[in-house]
Design a protein around this ligand. Structure first.
Ligand SMILES: C[S@@+](CC[C@H](N)C(=O)[O-])C[C@H]1O[C@@H](n2cnc3c(N)ncnc32)[C@H](O)[C@@H]1O
Length: 244
């Protein structure tokens, strides 16, 4: 280019162009993210990746750090093992099976991926866990009002929460409205998410409280690392109660 007379000017020019393109590419990729909210993404993933995998960490650590079994027994002390439990976005996690082994026998676990649900039905055919293909945006179409005592989930709602878009809080609030519908009056929600309390409290829980749907009772944090990523990451535990 004629206006770039010296080599230094040319290097600077190409460096600026490269930086702008790199910035735009990163912005696009961040916005697109993994398509965790898309059913076809998960169908594809569970189609080729059939190995059991628990996101973030396993139930033993969760139960130790967040006292899941204790919270259930405190809330439903008269007959804890008879409560109706619903796990959202179960994937091929062992969460429901671990609860089953602790004595909770009335468990329904849902995921919108047909592939993973058919795998889970086969793996746990000797248990009474009811694995069901269902979109958690449509809970009110699949289940009755006041059907469950406990809704539990790990990384299921993160599929929506990790998308970088302004409509995400409204989508999460709408799912919580459906959770409210299927939960019994003394019902509780135990949710485990990598999204921090500023996000959940500021964008979702404050609105649920304003609308007199849920009250956030407890927030806890633990850290975890994985074989592939030794850096310690945060995992948050959110314990909510239905407002009657
Ligand atoms: C990050 S994985 C977590 C899986 C599992 N809970 C765990 O902890 O390992 C998210 C799961 O949520 C499911 N999912 C995402 N959106 C969903 C929706 N709208 N309805 C039902 N399941 C959904 C995905 O198919 C996937 O199995």
């Amino acid at each position: 280019m004629e206006f770039l007379t010296s080599t230094g000017q040319k290097i600077l020019f190409y460096f600026i162009i490269f930086s702008i393109l790199f910035y735009l590419l990163m912005k696009y990729l961040r916005k697109k993210g993994h398509e965790y909210f898309s059913q076809s993404y998960w169908e594809g993933r569970y189609g080729y990746f059939t190995q059991q995998m628990d996101w973030y960490t396993n139930f033993t650590q969760l139960n130790k750090d967040f006292k899941i079994d204790e919270i259930i027994k405190e809330n439903f002390y008269s007959k804890p093992h008879q409560i109706n439990i619903l796990e959202l976005g179960c994937g091929n996690s062992t969460m429901s099976f671990n609860l089953y082994n602790l004595g909770y026998k009335n468990i329904t676990a849902i995921d919108f991926s047909y592939n993973v649900i058919s795998q889970m039905k086969k793996t746990y055919e000797n248990t009474s866990i009811n694995y069901m293909q269902c979109d958690f945006n449509k809970l009110n179409e699949y289940f009755n009002k006041n059907e469950f005592n406990l809704i539990i989930e790990k990384a299921g709602l993160d599929s929506i929460a990790t998308k970088d878009s302004p409509e995400v809080p409204e989508k999460l609030i709408s799912i919580y409205e459906k959770i409210y519908y299927v939960l019994k009056n003394n019902g509780i929600v135990l949710s485990m998410s990598s999204k921090n309390p500023n996000f959940w409290k500021g964008n979702v829980f404050s609105k649920l409280e304003e609308r007199k749907l849920f009250k956030c009772i407890q927030i806890k944090r633990t850290t975890f690392s994985t074989q592939h990523n030794p850096i310690q990451m945060n995992l948050y535990f959110y314990y909510l109660k239905k407002i009657e």
